[in-house]
Design a protein around this ligand. Structure first.
Ligand code: IMP
Ligand code: MG
Length: 179
């Protein structure tokens, strides 16, 4: 597994720092609000479990699963809901917890869908942002860090469902997905 990684882009230590910083900002911004963290399975699950513990105010959590990539390293533009939310989000201050904002197609679709359910507010927190890859304009409210337009894996992010268990974020060797 480690042999498929070209280089470590964001270390475990740096991820911890980023999560603490984001958690502190979210804690301050959502004081007194009705916070609902919505995580997008499966990629954002590792980030979700870490950042929720950096948020020091009451909140509820829910999950939703969509597919946009299949086994490819390129966006297809097709977003399909695999699992919807359990909670009725009406009146909640929804904060979407995402692993990576790439073309923006996935989040654009999810935002429009969730807006139609009348939440009090809806914002985006993404660990990684690849601004150079944007196709649909989506502006995240909280960004862990911007990254170069390379395919990355680890810390929840996959290629063909693998590498999610790496504790850091690494650039995948091109030969792995271009063969
Ligand atoms: P978007 O719809 O193109 O913004 O893609 C968002 C989704 O694509 C993310 O939630 C990831 O599941 C996946 N994705 C985008 N870029 C990468 C990457 O570099 N590595 C792994 N997954 C990625
Ligand atoms: Mg994925």
């Amino acid at each position: 597994m480690i042999n498929d990684i070209q280089s470590v882009l964001i270390s475990e230590e740096r991820i911890k720092e980023i999560n603490a910083e984001l958690g502190a900002r979210i804690t301050a911004d959502y004081e007194g609000k009705n916070l609902l963290l919505v995580s997008i399975l499966k990629g954002a699950v590792v980030f979700m479990t870490d950042i929720m513990r950096e948020i020091k105010i009451p909140c509820v959590i829910d999950f939703m699963a969509v597919s946009s990539y299949g086994d490819q390293a390129k966006s297809t533009g097709v977003v399909k809901i695999i699992k919807d939310l359990d909670i009725d989000i009406k009146g909640y201050d929804v904060l979407i917890i995402e692993d990576i904002l790439d073309s923006g197609r996935t989040l654009n679709y999810i935002i429009e869908l969730l807006k139609s359910r009348n939440p009090a507010s809806i914002k985006i927190c993404t660990l990684l942002d690849k601004p150079a890859a944007r196709v649909t304009p989506v502006k995240p409210d909280y960004v862990g860090t911007e990254i170069v337009n390379e395919f990355v894996v680890g810390y929840g992010l996959d290629y063909a469902e693998k590498y999610r268990n790496l504790p850091y974020i690494g650039i995948l060797k091109r030969e792995v997905y271009e063969k």
